[in-house]
Design a protein around this ligand. Sequence first.
Ligand code: SF4
Ligand code: SF4
Ligand code: SF4
Ligand code: FES
Length: 377
Amino acid sequence: MSRENIITINGQEFKFEPGETILDVATRNGIHIPTLCYLKRASSPTGACRMCVVEVEGARNLVASCSTPAAPGMVVRTDTKRVIEARRLNLELLLSSGNHNCLVQDLNQDNWTDFQLDSLKIKEHENICPAYGRCRLQDLAIQYGVKPRFIPKKTKYPVEENPFFIRDFSRCILCGRCVQACNEIQVNNAISFGYRGADTKVVAKGDYPLTNSDCVFCGECVQVCPVGSLVPRSVIINKVLPNEVKKIRTTCSYCGVGCQLYLHVKDNKIVEVTGVEDVPPNYGSLCVKGRFGYEFVHHPERLKKPLIKENGKFREAEWDEALELVANRLKEIKEKYGPDSMGFLTSARATNEENYIAQKFTRAVLGTNNIDHCARL
Ligand code: SF4
Ligand code: SF4
Ligand code: SF4
Ligand code: FES
């Protein structure tokens, strides 16, 4: 093995490719390093949270593994006392940087490894954070047995709501993942960091509410937020706890791209939709329709049966009756006026396969080339 691209992590030697960071090599080889601000698909790490610090032989200070390139002969330890203490201090500071009240009660527990999500107790707990049980900061605080040692800072920014999610600035840890996700992954450029020092805040242009900004409500920022700062309204309204939902993987039905998504189902009702990470074609990203446009599924006015218009009024019918009526009418029109008297529009709401069948039916069965698609309207 050439020694040129070998790095040692926790006593084991690993090969690395030029450009890989310590975190890349560790993750690829199954060595877990905790992260909060690192966003895999972003162009470069922000190095904001310092949770991923590791010890490198010969270096005076601990280094952030997400932003430090692997180098030949580098010797790294991810789990020394110094590393653990630094992570614990970072967690204490992050917990004290805002309103992270979720741990106060549970911190009295002696045995952290036995920590269990007790949904009944949580429901009784007033003002519980909507991210309880789904927050990376909470997970790490529990894992490292960290208490919010310092007096929490108060934020002067009120909670902002829009039709899709809430922005609670009191729980924001300024990791920057939402800003990177919006600007680099969705390329919407709707948000950035505004103000300075203790006043720093994620803002839309001019610090207007998102409803008055360039935001298209794709929800990418919500999916990547590691804490309870960005939370879908449906999660709050339905008081969703992660141990109460069943995640069902499916394909988005809105267009032919075929985005992979998870339906989060509680009591047989969809309460949230998230993109499936790491798989094509969307790698976790969704548009506003795929992520938030699912209310039609349970809507009382949703059409479940075909309607036939008679004497100016619609009546419900069975599928056999409706299909027979349409087939007979198409046949009559074709015989009387010829196939080119008809034209057909297919739909982006149908799958590619359904659109293919529609053009086959139009050309081969009806005998006309008058077939088009709503994408060209
Ligand atoms: S954001 Fe996370 S750490 Fe903060 S209160 Fe909510 S669950 Fe707890
Ligand atoms: S919802 Fe989409 S467009 Fe709006 S701020 Fe979040 S990532 Fe940007
Ligand atoms: S809103 Fe969430 S993702 Fe954005 S900076 Fe704050 S904590 Fe990070
Ligand atoms: S994950 Fe490396 S600094 Fe935040």
